[in-house]
Design a protein around this ligand. Structure first.
Ligand code: RIB
Length: 301
């Protein structure tokens, strides 16, 4: 079995989740159905997805010195994640995401709080952990210069990197050159490539690194210059929050286990599908055993 040592650098949020049949318009008040506080943050979600699938996960991130921070770190410990590299920032609130779920879809406002304190200096302090990983997994809910610094370190030491470019922003070409895999959704892929000023050859090279998640339309990858479409798995969606995070955590785990990019994407596609069957980003993330049972049932149905 290959080394399943994954380092995730990214956000840790408390998700404040309101379910409602009707999303209010500006100036309108509506009555919702339910409210929950659920651990979230793209970084933490991806870490949990990988840990439930059996990876050895280290989380590099930051929380505030408040009750959400304490709860979230305890939660990650309970998920078997190494939290020694999580910084506690004084006089700053832990990141939160205000999420409205309506008809299985969501709208999200993130207030980064402590997540903005993951500076390049913090990354440098955790260099040893980064360069001893099998895979480094990142998103864009922490400062971009810190993402770039982490990828630089990984690249220098031959560590594979996956960058989930969410929430999307303009990325420098140097960063796109360094990362091994990019995992945008369709919308993010379009914005990413619209904003790059590069030759056709360069753009084609960056596109080859993409594994594009397309929600109910499945996943698209590029392999040896060919596009491969992986169909979606039909499930009854309750909440799609964190589906992309489940996909990324699973992709990293499968790549660590030695699967090639197509096999790893097929596996992650199943994990992403299972994850949307419950309310909350992490609630529906399956264990390895649950994935196997699901695949078995799916085959025979
Ligand atoms: O990808 C879903 C996540 O985005 C939520 O858990 C929320 O915290 C936001 O970061």
């Amino acid at each position: 079995m290959a080394d399943r040592n994954i380092t995730v650098i990214g956000s840790i949020n408390m998700d404040l989740v309101t379910s409602t049949a009707q999303i209010p318009k500006v100036g309108e008040t509506v009555l919702g159905n339910s409210f929950h506080t659920i651990p979230g943050g793209k970084g933490a979600n991806q870490a949990v997805a990988a840990a439930r699938l059996g990876a050895d996960v280290t989380m590099v991130g930051a929380v505030g010195n408040d009750s959400f921070g304490k709860t979230l770190v305890e939660h990650l410990i309970n998920e078997g994640i190494n939290t020694e590299n999580i910084v506690k920032v004084k006089d700053t609130s832990t990141g939160i995401a205000s999420i409205i779920v309506s008809e299985a879809d969501n709208s999200i406002i993130v207030v980064p709080g402590a997540n903005n304190h993951i500076t390049p200096e913090v990354i440098n302090k955790h260099k040893d952990k980064i360069i001893n990983s099998n895979i480094l997994l990142l998103q864009l809910e922490i400062p971009l210069e810190s993402v770039t610094r982490a990828v630089e370190l990984a690249k220098k030491h031959g560590i594979r990197t996956i960058l989930n470019p969410a929430p999307i922003q303009t990325l420098p070409k140097e960063l796109l050159e360094m990362v091994d895999y990019l995992t945008p959704n369709e919308h993010e892929q379009a914005l990413l490539f619209d904003s790059i000023d590069g030759t056709e050859e360069e753009l084609a090279k960056f596109k080859e690194k993409c594994i594009v998640t397309k929600g109910s339309k499945g996943v698209m990858i590029y392999k040896n210059g060919e596009k491969i479409e992986i169909p979606s798995i039909q499930v009854e969606a309750v909440d799609t929050t964190g589906a992309g995070d489940s996909f990324n955590g699973a992709l990293a785990t499968a790549l660590c286990e030695g699967l090639d990019i197509e096999e790893a994407s097929r596996f992650a596609n199943v994990v992403g599908a299972i994850s949307v069957t419950k309310l909350g980003a992490q609630t529906g993330m399956p264990t390895k055993k649950e994935v196997e049972e699901f695949m078995h049932l799916h085959k025979s149905s």
